[in-house]
Design a protein around this ligand. Sequence first.
Ligand SMILES: [Fe+2]
Length: 155
Amino acid sequence: MTKFVEWSTELSMGIEEIDAQHQILVELLNQIHEAIQQRRGIEVARNIIDRLEEYTRVHFAVEESLMRILHYPEYEKHREDHDSLIDQLSGFRDKLEEGKGSLNFELAHFLKLWLTKHIMEVDKRYVAYFLSQGIRPELSKSSWKQRFWRPFGRI
Ligand SMILES: [Fe+2]
């Protein structure tokens, strides 16, 4: 069966660690879509959104620290983009907690569009710069998820 978000070379940045983290985000979006299709309850919805928000924060923190360490010239602009998604995600999580929101296809499509566009148009802008500053494509081969972060079992 086709996945809601398919991982493809178009999404690959060519930096192993970043790709591994983006793949986790893609997997979480697929889980959200599956939960909507299966009409899972509010507890499941909350759980996935919590994990998505938490992992998105972890991932953005990694990207942003690399940008700061390497003095990436577009850091501020990039961070604003991250902050705006985090604001939207936490707003959505608050709504769920107040019993006002629900997981729906509109949200799933918004997240899919946001993530794929952000990777292809915003993240890809830092790749050449990072590589020129000595970041190796095989950066941290044992990925973040294996070392620190493994909450992504199936629901
Ligand atoms: Fe980013």
